[in-house]
Design a protein around this ligand. Structure first.
Ligand SMILES: *[C@@H]1O[C@H](CO)[C@@H](O)[C@H](O)[C@H]1NC(C)=O
Length: 590
């Protein structure tokens, strides 16, 4: 790989912030009640909350076995053998209107049991199989789901078998249209709700976006939940639940705990309902509007005794010559140690004169030569006079345009009456393969969704947690995620992994990649640039990594010189990536 040191420098700088990468590592964060009283292998009495990371789980002797649920719902999916009669992958081209490049949904899907921390024997997930690929798959509902005047419950499990550095794991509930061609499902397919994890670099969200139809124009607009909660990006299963009530309140739960709640009318951006009144665009500030609150007092006059010409400093007449001052000694003398060079030719070179040096006799006294009285600050100094400021009697206040009724105004008091939903789809780009989904519930019963979770998620969660904990020591020996790497442990791997991550993110979402460039002390960047340059040499020359350590020390000295260059290089790297932004399509139209 060719290392562009500018990009690499920008990227390496992120090492300083590597901790920012992960979401909440604890599946169970708060003290809330966990549904599903009995947790096999779990600690404490039935129903108690395994609320902190210090809770330890025991791997049961025999793993629980999957049994299909008896819970019924408008749509319920456990990925049994008949799954492919319902789900169809799309190989459409991604809609990249206005872009030169084309994306196709080449990512493959499989239904299989997890290979990481498998908590239930015989439990299959839907798995997006390919790294750095666009995936799309959808399933039509047997009957359209109409959320009008009903509670809507959307619930599913996400298991990130390879973690997630950059990629989506959200679902889309697709608008019920007359002809929903599953093989053409793409980012352009209209959706009603988008819900679930999305992670890239420092961004980590559980999205909740809904499309709202403007009753005046008939146009749809996406409403995004502001300050969305964070997704868990470890490798065990996590349960995401969205509940929307007919009174427009919503609740988002992760692993059965509420992580966000509010109202569709309040927590979304842009707001469902526009402002009643807006600034009148025709109103302009009058020419004679006075918006200076304070002015120089026009009545004020310079006082008679104000001498603008009095100097800032005057001679200190009281000063006396220091006792040790040597008035008769010159300040410089001919260097007594200098000698006429042997090859000096008075005829050609002129008369030789010894060079002049400071008089050594003056070194330890106050001074030599003529003494003059020093200056001191002038107590009569006033400087130029200016009038004091007073409140402006003509001040009219800050000007604002007058308000008029908003011609676009409407009021929808029931945004929770979403349009009918005809299908569910996953339309994702992911850098990590094996993003997996299970136990999807879409319906109207909070209790049924809970019952399903009790039979499935809350059975395997403690097992997966135990399997994860049993493996923990091994993992800490050798970090697998680039964000876990520490620079000094292994500089070569660190640089390579970080660069790979940066380039992959940049290819998918350049804006996000730019956010990877934090403001770190430039000296650090300077150090890293030097090392990147060196590693560039190493990887092409194929020599041993031993000199790297020495270089790291040497580079500290060079860092100062390198820092200006580094700052320049970072700026250029970001510019390059920004340029890419215009060429490349991003991963979701949302
Ligand atoms: C909305 O409805 C739910 C379910 O009936 C209820 O629990 C909640 O208190 C209501 N919220 C408001 C603000 O009316």
């Amino acid at each position: 790989m060719h290392l562009n040191s500018a990009v690499a420098a920008a990227l390496l700088a992120t090492g300083a912030q590597a901790h920012g990468f992960h979401g909440n590592p604890h599946g169970f964060a708060g003290q809330n009640h966990i549904p599903g009283g009995h947790i096999p292998g779990g600690p404490g009495p039935a129903g108690s909350s395994p609320s902190s990371a210090s809770v330890s789980y025991t791997v049961p002797e025999k793993l629980p076995t999957f049994t299909p649920t008896t819970v019924k719902a408008e749509f319920l999916e456990q990925f049994d053998e008949a799954w492919d009669s319902r789900w169809k992958a799309s190989h459409a081209k991604k809609d990249t209107a206005g872009s030169e490049e084309e994306w196709a949904y080449v990512g493959e899907w499989a239904v299989e049991e997890p290979y990481v921390y498998n908590g239930q024997v015989g439990d299959s997930y839907l798995v997006a199989k390919n790294a750095a690929a666009h995936h799309a798959i959808s399933a039509k509902f047997p009957k359209k789901i109409d959320p009008k005047d009903k509670t809507l419950v959307v619930q599913y499990e996400v298991k990130l078998q390879k973690g997630l550095e950059c990629g989506g794991a959200y679902m889309k509930l697709l608008r019920d249209t007359k002809a929903l061609h599953q093989e053409e499902f793409s980012n352009a397919s209209p959706y009603v709700i988008m819900f679930g994890p999305d992670k890239c670099g420092h961004t980590n969200k559980v999205h909740f976006i809904f499309n709202h139809k403007n009753p005046k124009t008939g146009k749809y607009e996406e409403k995004h939940l502001s300050a969305p909660p964070q997704a868990s990006i470890d490798k065990i299963s996590h349960l995401y639940t969205l509940i929307v009530q007919p009174n427009n309140t919503f609740t988002i739960q992760k692993d059965g705990e509420t992580v966000r709640e509010g109202s569709l009318l309040e927590q979304f951006s842009p707001a469902v309902n526009p402002e009643k009144e807006i600034d009148d665009p025709k109103d302009t500030k009058p020419e004679d509007w006075v918006d200076e609150a304070r002015i120089p007092d026009p009545e004020a006059k310079k006082p008679e005794d104000w001498d603008e010409d009095a100097p800032f400093e005057i001679v200190d007449e009281e000063a006396t010559i220091p006792e040790d001052w040597l008035e008769d000694e010159p300040t410089t003398v001919a260097d007594p140690e200098a000698q006429k060079p042997e090859d000096w030719d008075d005829g050609e070179d002129g008369d030789w004169v010894a060079p002049v040096v400071p008089n050594p006799k003056c070194a330890d006294v106050s001074g030599c030569g003529t003494w003059t009285k020093p200056l001191k600050s002038n107590p009569d100094y006033k400087g130029p006079w200016s009038a004091p400021y007073i409140d402006n009697p003509a001040y009219k206040g800050v000007w604002a345009p007058r308000k008029i009724a908003n011609p676009e105004y409407f009021e929808d008091l029931t945004p929770a009456n979403f349009e009918p939903i005809g299908a569910i789809g996953f339309e994702l780009w992911t850098m990590q393969a094996d993003v997996s989904f299970d136990n999807i519930y879409i319906g109207h019963s909070i209790d049924d969704a809970k019952k399903l979770a009790d039979e499935t998620f809350f059975v395997k969660f403690p097992v997966e947690k135990a399997l994860e904990q049993a493996e923990k020591p091994k993992e800490s020996e050798k970090p697998k995620s680039p964000s876990d790497l520490k620079f000094l442990d292994d500089p070569v791997t660190y640089v390579k992994e970080k660069l790979d991550l940066f380039l992959t993110i940049a290819a998918n979402n350049p804006i996000e990649a730019i956010k990877f460039v934090p403001e770190v002390p430039t000296a650090v960047v300077g150090l890293l640039v030097t090392i990147v340059a060196l590693i560039g040499t190493l990887t092409s020359g194929g020599s041993a990594p031993a000199p790297v350590k020495k270089a790291a020390t040497d580079a500290k000295e060079k860092a100062k010189d390198a820092k200006d260059k580094a700052a320049e290089a970072v700026a250029t790297g970001a510019e390059n990536v920004k340029g890419e932004a215009n060429k490349r399509a991003t991963r979701s139209s949302s």
